[in-house]
Design a protein around this ligand. Structure first.
Ligand code: ZN
Length: 238
């Protein structure tokens, strides 16, 4: 079920029976020359859709809230199309959404995050809400980190616009992927360096991994493994 498709009396009636509400959060950000700018939203929205379907198939329900599209994307802001929101703006905005969901009566709110730059602001937003609503729990799922083992059992590596992310988008919307432009490699600095154009070194062309071995089959396997794992966590089976 999607929040935006319900009427308020419909929501009021089912609210009590929901296992959780899922809020996908992403970023509009450069993902190489081969992936769409909306990659970090498309992935968690698709994972949420699969989780909802799986849970419904087991006779229970979760609600999916409309996604938050814009995130904090300092590093890749040097590339056209990256829309960077300040961390305090994201913290306040998502904090307000979480508070509203909590005041609606939702006791378990799951932030399904698709973007690394969001992790600190989202953690802070969740802490703000936890202080205000002691009976509410917020889960912050960073799918590519929390389920790294599952992902690396499918892919040989993972990274920004890399094999895992490219595979996932190939599985969801292959028409938006330009595999003929897919290239990249792992780049690291020995310590974290923050400077205006660090993205050029760390993410040449907006990539930090080799995406050439990506495939829709791998993407399907990742989406299946991650959504199954999240469903089992929600249902208390893990
Ligand atoms: Zn991404």
């Amino acid at each position: 079920m999607r929040l935006e498709e319900l009427t308020w009396p419909e929501l009021d009636e089912i609210k009590e029976k929901l296992e959780a509400v899922i809020l996908p959060v992403g970023s509009v950000e450069a993902h190489g020359r081969h992936l769409p700018l909306g990659t970090d939203v498309f992935s968690p929205v698709e994972i949420a859709r699969r989780v909802e379907e799986k849970i419904r198939g087991r006779g229970r329900d979760v609600l999916i809230a409309p996604p938050v599209w814009y995130g904090h994307a300092f590093t890749l802001n040097i590339y056209p199309g990256t829309i960077n929101v300040r961390p305090e703006s994201l913290r306040m905005y998502v904090g307000d959404i979480l508070s509203e969901l909590a005041s609606e009566g939702f006791k378990r709110i799951i932030i399904l995050n698709g973007h690394g730059g969001n992790i600190y602001p989202l953690t802070e937003a969740a802490e703000d809400v936890a202080e205000l609503y002691p009976d509410v729990e917020v889960w912050l799922i960073n799918w590519w980190i929390d389920f790294r083992d599952e992902i690396l059992s499918v892919c040989s590596s993972q990274g920004h616009a890399g094999e895992d992310e490219t595979s996932v988008i190939l599985a969801i919307m292959p028409e938006l992927v330009h595999m003929d432009n897919a290239r990249g490699r792992k780049t690291r600095t020995p310590v974290r360096i923050i400077k205006k154009d660090i993205g050029k070194e760390l993410f040449p062309d907006g990539v930090n991994d080799d995406p050439r071995n990506a495939s829709a089959e791998k993407g399907e396997a990742i989406l299946e493994a991650v959504s199954e794992k999240i469903s089992r966590l929600i249902l208390g089976e893990e």
